[in-house]
Design a protein around this ligand. Sequence first.
Ligand SMILES: [Zn+2]
Length: 239
Amino acid sequence: MTSLNYELRRRIAEAATQMCEQSLTTGLNAGDISVFDRDAGLIYALPRPCAQLPIRSWRDIRPEDVAVITPDGKVVQDSYQTPTVEIPMHLRLYEARPDTNAIVHSHGEWSQVFAAAGKDIPTATIDTYTHCGFAPIRCGKFGMVGSEELAVAMVEAVGVSAKAALMECHGAVALGYDLENSMLVARVIERAARQALFAYLIGGPQQLGLDHVISDRDLATRITSGDARLHTEDLQRMA
Ligand SMILES: [Zn+2]
């Protein structure tokens, strides 16, 4: 029997209810959340609602409803629940991005405007630019729900360092170093989308670059090439 982390399941269930309260979902069971406990080698994910688990809204989820799987997608013996239909995307992103330990897939209204148009969201303020990984929020190519095609498109959209991306005609993904960080990025994506839409009314948003936040050109070059990483926390230490 595997020892499952009840506290982590409780926090994921709590975050799922917050998705409803923070307008990161339509209020039902759209979108999902996962957390990768890399020490234990287990991924905790919101379940796939079904006849045996008729969750109509993430407000109704219980900690024991959170599915637990191995990194190759197998449900662990004492989990009982099947993970979200988008689990191939989560697995691919964890594989591609070792800096990521939590993922929120949201269906927020403002980001869906850009996803519907198939357009990137400019990150035009210091806080949206830094929280989203020092990059615009790219819109990944369309893929069917739950498909490997969609998973590959999202790995390509986030690249080596972005923390946010759009799923064309669908929603968004937010990558975090922990659950709270991924929820924060998901909220910032909505903020960036809303700000950009209003900025288009008065001449269009700008896109910030690394030269707006750091003065060290060598470091900026290494970050751009993927040889160095810059985190929001690093900026706070430099300030
Ligand atoms: Zn979705």
